[in-house]
Design a protein around this ligand. Structure first.
Ligand SMILES: Cc1ncc(COP(=O)(O)O)c(C=O)c1O
Length: 391
């Protein structure tokens, strides 16, 4: 921690109410980068992605991955670039940013101070860096419950507060008015749209209301990891174009099937992106970059994959409805289903049937999250579910 930038970061953190001890942790985080525990564990442990010795024929519908993997165009681009793996090829990162910017109608520039899109290896790093940049002891991280916890874990790591606001009963969307009421001094309001784990949507009008009524200095982050699975959600890139205090997150880990290949983006006003940039430096894998760019250029990919996912999801919903099993209608590649007993117990029973479903949330302990798999995987899910649930 010796450069002018680092000194400025230190002053900023102390000004925002961090103690010297917390600052020490952040300082080591800044210098150790991705090696620190919350970077590696929070997202992954929560998704139960690390199940060792999983049988090769196991049905893996636990982590909201896409069983289809990268599209053919992405796989071809990745194969061809592997031989250049000895090169940094930073231009591939710019090319991805430019392609995304064109498709999203966002201004593109190669100059960092003018950029509205920064590329990351997925969206987790951008989420964590935003928490470090905007939250502190006095400026909490605010999210829905049940919701995606990675940001909350990051907040815990740096000693910042976290506020959980239950989803609205029945509609299961973010209760933005309650979020404002419960966290009048928030640093970061996190909206996941569609929400993980419920797959439910929050209206653009409500997000706009949050942006218009939030306290000065706070930022609204809209995580659109699952946005491609639905045609019903309005994207929030328009709020970025309007230069609001909004950061939109995107990832290639979900519909594009590149969770292990890594590519994602933060889309925001240049000064907001700059605040994230000061936390850590990110060099991107060229495999992820060319795969993501090829995916964006693959015609009809989003529509085709959206249909495959919704066909399998709706077929499963019809099956559950016919058996009077309670579930929450979802617009995404995951849904919550009520299993009427501790979710952890149900998960273990399903695993014995070689079907690995997702986890449960403390606020809803008798519900579990299920990822929508292939037609064949969902047939196996139904068989195992019938045995474990008793229908
Ligand atoms: C809502 C949400 N955001 C972000 C992520 C992180 O994904 P990645 O870092 O692979 O983009 C996930 C992963 O499950 C997620 O569900």
């Amino acid at each position: 921690m010796g450069t002018v930038v680092e000194a400025a970061q230190k002053a900023d953190l102390l000004r925002r109410g961090f103690s010297r001890r917390q600052f020490g942790r952040i300082a080591s985080l800044l210098s150790a980068g991705a090696a620190l525990p919350f970077y590696n564990e929070s997202a992954l442990a929560h998704q139960i992605s690390k199940i060792y010795n999983m049988p090769p024929d196991a049905v893996r519908i636990n982590s909201n991955e896409n069983p289809l993997g990268p599209c053919a165009e992405a796989a071809d681009a990745i194969h061809s670039v592997v031989k250049n793996g000895g090169r940094y090829m930073f231009e591939q990162t710019d090319l991805l940013a430019q392609t995304m910017a064109e498709q999203e109608n966002i201004p593109f520039s190669r100059k960092p101070e003018e950029r509205y899109i920064d590329i990351y290896a997925g969206s987790t790093a951008a989420l964590h860096q935003a928490v470090i940049a905007f939250c502190s002891k006095d400026r909490p991280f605010v999210k829905a419950d049940p919701g995606y916890e990675a940001g909350e874990n990051a907040a815990g790591f740096i000693g910042a507060g976290a506020v959980d606001v239950p989803l609205r009963n029945g509609t299961w969307d973010h209760n933005v008015r309650k979020m404002l009421e419960m966290a009048p001094n928030a640093g970061l309001f996190y909206i996941c749209n569609p929400n993980n784990p419920t797959g439910t949507l929050t209206s653009h009008a409500d997000i706009e209301y949050l942006v218009a009524n939030k306290p000065a200095g706070s930022v609204v982050m809209v995580d659109e990891a699952y946005i491609h699975f639905t045609s019903k959600a309005e994207r929030c890139t328009d709020l970025v174009r309007a230069n609001k205090d909004v950061i939109v997150l995107r990832t290639f880990s979900k519909l594009y099937g590149m969770a292990g290949l890594r590519a994602g983006a933060a889309i925001a006003r240049p000064d907001l992106l700059q605040k994230l940039r000061t936390i850590s430096i990110n060099f991107m894998p060229i495999t992820g970059m060319v795969g993501a760019t090829a995916s964006l250029k693959a015609s009809n990919l989003v529509a085709e994959r959206r249909k495959i996912n919704s066909d399998n999801r709706e077929d499963t919903f019809n099956w559950l409805t016919a058996r009077n099993v309670e579930f929450i209608p979802s617009e995404s590649n995951c849904f919550m289903v009520k299993v009427k007993r501790p979710g952890k117990e149900f998960f273990a029973d399903m695993a014995k049937q070689n079907v690995f479903i997702g986890r449960t949330w403390p606020i809803w302990p008798t519900w579990v999250r299920v990822t929508v798999g292939t037609r064949d995987e969902m047939a196996k899910f139904k068989d195992a579910f019938a045995k474990c649930y008793g229908v």
